[in-house]
Design a binder for this molecule. Structure first.
Ligand SMILES: [Zn+2]
Ligand SMILES: [Zn+2]
Length: 436
């Protein structure tokens, strides 16, 4: 059963981003990675953001930036556009009355009784058929991995019961209940072999792929070595998810680029630019220019002029940018007056310093020293910030976006954490961003 949940872009790049556990309609889901944010043809569902090359370089980002995909529900209930997929997680549910644990009961009942009411699938078989609830714990690893608790293994912790009772995903036989006499502790038990064990959050867990996500079964990642243990955490524990975003203002010269006209049309269409660059013969070029002129509904001469302008370096004309130093560039943009400023530009500072000085001359008394401390007065009437989602970490917050796989030895004793990219394996050439 597909269900749609409306969310904001800013949430998708914050605490509801890739790899986060989110609550919707009283159920918990985990957001799948950006490799799944595609349309029916497998292409990225979000629009490419143009004219932010300087911004990307100054943030040290090599990938393109794309909006998260957009979709809407039409009047007839059909969904138009691309949705961001999520998976129900944790994958185990528990009966609040008898404590029975069910593994992905939505799959179980879909198989055995495809005609049954979907909501009915998620009820226990005991008296009163109580509605099942997702369990409140998951296993997380500082390398970014997330998975369900190994409930069978935790119940059969002593060697004897582990030998006698084998895990069986097709039957329901494990129970999780409050321990008798203590409202705080939880007790696991097995209906088949009568084994019992307390649920201890600080117990050692079997070693599994420390980077695997609940929805990801790909084998493309190179394995990492780490001695750090996985941990059992509650689903609402803040340590489960730390999103990492980098933000910057769009400032001159990029804020000044006009985004209409043939020049902008051609520049923002990478496919057309590649075709023009690859077409060597003059005859082929002319034919291609004519086709583009038809498509853009303009004279061929305008396409030719636009292509010539792009070839000479429009819009940045090879302006050199080094990573870092962003704050000083933003400060410079704020303090230097911009000539011929138009209201439609992305960065519109209005300098009020002269009026401010005149006021200072009139004023007398104690306030003047406060006034003299200010050098410039600038009102910013239009401002655009682009926030880029560079990944997430678990257990320990990670601020090091430049961490490369070669740094990931994980063998030292100090707590180490990994920044998991939005596509999990770094294979995509884009990162999601939010911003107007
Ligand atoms: Zn029950
Ligand atoms: Zn058992």
């Amino acid at each position: 059963m597909n269900r749609l949940v409306v969310t904001r872009w800013s949430h998708l790049l914050g605490y509801s981003g890739v790899g986060a556990i989110v609550r919707a309609d009283n159920e918990l889901f985990v957001i799948k990675d950006t490799r799944c944010w595609t349309d029916r043809d497998g292409r990225p569902g979000g629009e490419l953001l143009c004219y932010v090359d300087l911004l990307r370089k100054s943030l040290g980002i090599e990938q393109d930036l794309r909006q998260p995909p957009l979709s809407r529900v039409l009047r007839n209930g059909v969904v138009e556009g691309t949705c961001i997929p999520a998976q129900r997680f944790p994958g185990w549910m528990r009966c609040p009355r008898c404590g029975l644990l069910y593994r992905q009961p939505w799959h179980r009942d879909a198989r055995s009784a495809p005609d049954s009411d979907a909501a009915d699938c998620l009820r226990c078989r005991c008296t009163g058929r109580p509605r099942l609830q997702q369990v409140a714990w998951v296993v997380a690893h500082p390398a970014g991995g997330l998975r369900d608790l190994p409930w069978h293994l935790l119940t059969h912790r002593d060697a004897q019961s582990a030998q006698a009772c084998r895990a069986d995903n097709t039957h329901v036989y494990l129970r999780l209940r409050r321990a008798a006499g203590s409202g705080l502790h939880w007790q696991l038990s097995c209906d088949r072999c009568q084994a019992t064990a307390p649920l201890e959050l600080r117990q050692p867990l079997p070693e599994l792929d420390p980077q695997r996500q609940p929805w990801d079964w790909s084998k493309s990642r190179s394995a990492i070595e780490t001695r750090q243990p996985a941990q059992i955490l509650e689903v609402n524990d803040a340590r489960l998810y730390y999103p990492r975003t980098r933000g910057a203002l769009v400032i001159p010269p990029e804020s000044r680029i006009r985004r209409d006209g043939v020049l902008a049309l051609l520049y923002s269409n990478r496919g057309h630019r590649d075709q023009l660059a690859q077409t060597r013969s003059a005859l082929g070029q002319r034919a291609l220019m004519r086709r583009l002129a038809d498509e853009y509904r303009c004279p061929v001469t305008e396409v030719e002029a636009a292509w010539a302008e792009i070839q000479t370096g429009w819009p940045l004309y090879d302006q050199a940018v080094t990573p870092g130093g962003l704050i000083s560039k933003e400060f410079q943009a704020l303090t230097e007056e911009i000539a011929d400023l138009a209201d439609g530009e992305d960065f519109v500072p209005r300098h009020q310093t002269r009026g401010w000085r005149n006021l200072t001359l009139i004023a007398e008394g104690a306030e003047t020293c406060v006034w003299a401390a200010l050098d410039q007065l600038v009102a910013v009437t239009r401002l655009r910030e682009v926030r880029v989602f560079t990944g997430f970490s678990r257990i320990v917050q990670n601020f090091d976006d430049g961490l490369s796989p070669s740094d990931l030895d994980g063998l030292s004793d100090k707590p180490k954490t990994w920044l998991v990219p939005p596509d999990l394996d770094g294979s995509l050439d884009w990162l999601p961003y939010s911003g107007p």
